[in-house]
Write a protein that binds this ligand. Structure first.
Ligand SMILES: [Zn+2]
Length: 294
């Protein structure tokens, strides 16, 4: 399964905003910044943006990221609407700008947690707009369930975007990790099975078909977001895959089992021996398997 690795052939434009400022990154290079923490690095012509209300700045960032991407022929991943505010609707701007600049299929909206709290009528109009713009969506279940709903007493909102509904509308939805070990989330391990496991619980996607869709969210859907060529298990694809100690995708999600082999371009680059548990009772030691077998 693919991790959230960067596609070597294609640099990515990424927008981030948080309580201290707004940034646009071209791969690892900061190309635009606004906000208190980056005053010194902002080009003088852009400093006036710092005096604008936050929502105007965010819209400006969305437009800037789109234009840089259109100019350079790059994909975009914008982390936006990462709040519980039902009026945080930047994904609408994202969809409109994507259409305006003809970037359909190349733009991703990550987090979109405010969609969890939005008015249902508005969402019934928004989702088709996102689908028509060919937006990809990435939910980040581990950080979303940790950060969102913090201002709530009870009931507490879950905060993750509407994964099930977006998938049902035909939008490509992947699940990712975002922060792995930082002050916002310190329990990450880059384990995409853990991500999908949390995602299916938060999204209440525990039907057999729904669990498989969550497995796809960290495999084939994520590959579509990154436009990975030669991805998959079909003849002609790159021989990149992970062999799990599990009978099928649902068991992989249930057990998050040992990764027996990691293969890249046909070569084994990492191995873990099969995990076994031995039970010591009054009889002879007994080997226990948690797999239901194939
Ligand atoms: Zn983010």
């Amino acid at each position: 399964m693919p991790m959230n690795a960067r596609n070597q052939d294609k640099p990515t434009v990424r927008g981030e905003y948080n309580s201290t400022g707004y940034e646009i990154w071209l791969d690892d290079r900061l190309v635009y910044a606004a906000g208190n923490h980056v005053q010194d690095s902002v080009q003088p012509a852009r400093r006036r943006q710092d005096r604008l209300p936050p929502r105007v700045i965010r819209s400006f960032c969305i437009r800037s990221a789109r234009e840089i991407a259109a100019e350079r022929g790059l994909p975009v991943d914008l982390h936006c609407d990462e709040t519980d505010d039902p009026l945080s609707q930047h994904v609408e701007t994202l969809a409109c700008e994507t259409e305006r600049l003809g970037l359909q299929g190349r733009v991703t909206g990550s987090h979109l947690t405010s969609m969890h709290s939005m008015d249902n009528y508005y969402v019934s109009k928004l989702i088709p707009l996102m689908r028509d713009a060919g937006l990809h969506v990435v939910a980040n279940p581990l950080i979303n369930i940790t950060i969102q709903g913090r201002h709530d007493t009870y009931p507490k909102r879950r905060g993750m975007t509407r994964v099930k509904e977006l998938m049902a509308a035909g939008i490509n939805v992947a699940m990712g990790h975002d922060c792995v070990m930082d002050p916002w989330y310190s329990l990450g391990s880059h384990d995409m099975l853990e991500v999908a496991h949390m995602g299916l619980h938060v999204g209440q996607m525990t039907g057999m078909a729904e669990m498989r869709r969550c497995f796809e969210a960290v495999t084939i859907n994520a590959a579509k977001v990154m436009d990975l060529r030669g991805y998959g298990l079909a003849p002609g694809c790159h021989a990149d895959f992970v062999v799990l100690q599990a009978a099928d995708p649902i068991e992989a999600l249930r057990l998050r089992p040992a990764r027996l082999q990691v293969v890249r371009r046909g070569k084994v680059i990492a191995e873990t021996p099969p995990v076994t548990a031995t039970l010591h009772t009054q009889q002879s030691p007994l080997t226990v398997e948690f797999s239901r077998g194939s």
